[in-house]
Design a protein around this ligand. Structure first.
Ligand code: ADP
Length: 267
């Protein structure tokens, strides 16, 4: 899985990354789907342990171009986890109150507490992506943010949060297909916004903004993974596998039960 992990300060050229790559899976697509179901069960057990132990905090960051598959990952990878210990935080255009604060204010409020797993559907990274592409603040402001973000995430990891960041990398052609599908299929139309077509015209600017973000903010403690995401099944398989691998490293244990209860009989 390490081949998808961005090394600190690695120069990234996204056009060199194959969005259709499936190289870590040599069996059929159907077999991968059943493997994801097995992985779901494994994740379910690990998340139960996380919740019971109440020691670690897990933050999963999802970023992607429009139609990149964030919603699909949330639905498929986290199917079966206990909603009591899992939360999705979606970050949209900031509200007037959020705009009156610094850009990390709304983010910090949503970070996980002990025992919790939180999925960021978009994140503070929008503040070096959409904000940069649309010149919502001057360059000297957004360009200082990489440093703030690294310091913020270092603080979170020092304080016991595990951070995993996934960039779902799709091709421009696949985005075209998926947008067209949203127009053509009545049950998908609710997802379509004509604004997505305007954003699509800025594809190259976004790719550049993503490349800089990946290079400047992938750290030892809070790494970015570039996930080939043209094929949903492979995207889900990779993300499930990486999360499980990282959760296993935490060596979590159920809390010690009360002493002397083994032989108790409930009357
Ligand atoms: P999604 O595309 O994630 O399913 P929406 O269609 O509601 O959800 O899009 C959310 C929008 O909010 C995106 O266009 C995104 O760029 C925008 N957004 C998120 N964070 C910010 C931010 N900090 N500043 C400006 N726009 C933002």
């Amino acid at each position: 899985m390490d081949k998808y992990r961005v090394k600190p300060d690695e120069k990234i050229n996204l056009s060199k990354f194959d969005t259709k790559d499936t190289s870590l899976w040599d069996k059929s697509k159907e077999k991968a789907k059943s493997e994801v179901i097995k992985l779901n069960e494994e994740l379910e057990k690990l998340q139960e342990l996380l919740y019971a132990e109440r020691k670690h905090k897990i933050l999963i960051v999802l970023q992607a171009m429009d139609t990149g598959g964030k919603d699909g990952v949330i639905r498929s990878v986290f199917e079966g986890v206990n909603p009591a210990g899992v939360r999705v935080a979606s970050f949209k255009v900031p509200s007037p109150i959020e705009m009156d604060h610094d850009y990390l204010w709304r983010i910090h409020q949503q970070t996980p507490s002990k025992g919790e797993l939180v999925i960021f559907n978009r994140s503070h990274y929008e503040d070096v992506l959409v904000v940069r592409v649309h010149n919502l603040v001057p360059k000297n402001i957004w360009s200082s943010r990489y440093e703030h973000i690294n310091a913020f995430e270092k603080m979170l990891t020092d304080e016991g949060t595990t951070i995993l960041k996934f960039f779902l990398h799709i091709s421009k052609d696949v985005q075209k297909e998926r947008l067209q599908e949203r127009i053509d299929m009545p049950e998908k139309r609710w997802k379509f916004s004509s604004g997505d077509l305007k954003e699509r015209l800025l594809w190259e600017d976004y790719q550049k903004a993503y490349e800089d973000m990946l290079q400047k903010t992938s750290t030892e403690n809070a790494p970015w993974y570039i996930i080939p995401a043209d094929r949903n099944w492979y995207r889900n398989y990779l993300i499930s596998s990486i999360i499980i691998k990282e959760l296993k490293k935490l060596d979590m244990k159920y809390p010690q039960p009360e002493e002397g209860i083994e032989n108790l009989k409930v009357e």
